[in-house]
Design a protein around this ligand. Structure first.
Ligand SMILES: Cc1ncc(COP(=O)(O)O)c(C=O)c1O
Length: 393
């Protein structure tokens, strides 16, 4: 007899009782507007603290014009993989601008950072290697590491002593990689990357840092983790999403010229996927120009908002993560409590991001709040006021 688990219908069954019991489903909302001070969700005006639009550039007129001009000049899609159909000339500018901005010799642009993080390990790591990773590292990194089939070991979150202990014992491997995020997106902690980098040098390991929540948010002129950590001539692998503070799409891999040229021929996640569209490249180029010029005033706004939100949450009795980046994370506990709190915010017209198991460990649910520079001060005042009228049940 056929095992019932072998039916597709049985395999795709999942338990959504938390959402149905609480009567709120915050996932895959239908948005009917651009992301300005307010957004419209199912026809209702709301304050959006759920996106990673840190610098508030997602609706910037200059970037929108760059998209439109590129569409008019080059069309919409390359309709081919980059190795077969090429890129437009915009790509050379993107490579130059991004490399200089991040502080690496060269970069490649993947359709997404999820693909980039998956792709790098498959391309450069081997079965006889060891990959050490921060236990809170993003799913895209973990899935990429798993695909290599080598030994993988987590180190305690942001804990350089634990990392050194493991590095010291890891002598029987062809190569050791050390993988971390820069800014951890669920809680806003910043990795001690300078120390991690120095340990990698000491133990001849290869550092890999995912700067998705660091680029545009930390470092000199918003240039991310490498300038933040005072690292020049970076010897390692750098990745980042361009879909957060940089308000576009795609993922970057950065590093030495040799690494980039190798990946351009041996990273299947890049080679066998349709080339990034010209409009997105034009958008990225324009965004970097804007961030280079306007980072300090935009950053002042988001760090101020974030501090105000944190103080108000604490004043109103909420436990928040010890965030150094402009991210606030309410420690809510069980999945039920987390979704319930998100629902209370929703009913008061605020969108938040609830993280529940399996995105975070069981009973370690969080509500993430990110206030972008596009929000008005009076909107933040409304948010601070309503914290008085919600509670963790
Ligand atoms: C830390 C981190 N890495 C990678 C990604 C994936 O980035 P992208 O959306 O460009 O695929 C995300 C997005 O959720 C992220 O938060």
């Amino acid at each position: 007899m056929m095992n019932p688990e072998n039916n597709l219908k049985d395999r795709v069954e999942y338990d959504d009782s938390v959402l149905t019991n609480i009567g709120y489903n915050p996932y895959y909302l239908s948005i009917n507007s651009e992301q300005s001070d307010m957004i419209t969700v199912n026809g209702r005006k709301m304050i959006n603290l759920a996106t990673n639009n840190y610098l508030g550039l997602s609706n910037d007129e200059r970037i929108k014009s760059a998209y439109i001009d590129a569409i008019n000049k080059y069309g919409i899609s390359m309709c081919a993989t980059p190795i077969a159909g090429g890129y437009t000339e915009l790509f050379e500018t993107t490579q130059k601008k991004l490399s200089r901005f991040i502080g690496v010799e060269n970069v490649l642009v993947y359709p997404s950072c999820y693909q980039a993080n998956n792709g790098i390990f498959q391309a450069v790591a081997r079965k006889e290697d060891l990959i050490l990773f921060d236990r809170y590292a993003h799913s895209s990194l973990i899935q990429g590491i798993k695909s290599v089939g080598c030994k993988m070991l987590p180190f305690s979150h942001n804990n350089v002593e634990c990392l050194e202990y493991l590095l010291n014992k890891s002598t029987n491997f062809a190569k050791v990689f050390v993988v971390t995020e820069s800014v951890f997106s669920t809680e806003g902690a910043i990795a001690p990357f300078r120390e991690i980098y120095d340990l990698c040098k000491k133990y001849d390991a290869i550092p890999v840092v995912d700067d998705s929540h660091g680029i545009g948010v930390i470092g000199k002129n918003g240039r991310g983790i490498l300038t933040f950590s005072g690292i020049e001539n970076y010897e390692g692998i750098y990745t980042s999403s361009l879909g957060k503070a940089l308000a576009n799409n795609c993922g970057v891999v950065g590093g030495s010229k040799e690494l980039i040229s190798f990946l351009s021929f041996f990273s299947s996640h890049l080679i066998y996927s349709t080339a990034v569209s010209p409009a997105v490249l034009a958008g990225i180029n324009k965004t970097i120009e804007i961030v280079e010029e306007e980072y300090y005033s935009l950053a002042k706004t988001i760090y101020t908002y974030s501090q105000e939100i944190k103080s108000s949450l604490i004043e109103n009795g909420f436990k928040v993560s010890d965030s150094k980046a402009p991210i606030n994370s309410i420690i809510a506990g069980t999945s039920d409590k987390t979704v319930d709190l998100a629902k209370q915010l929703f009913l008061k017209d605020v969108l938040s991001t609830p993280f529940i198991f399996p995105s975070v460990p069981k009973n370690d649910g969080r509500i993430r709040l990110i206030a972008g520079a596009n929000l008005k001060e009076c909107t933040i005042d409304r948010v601070l006021e309503l914290f008085k009228n919600i509670r963790l049940n």
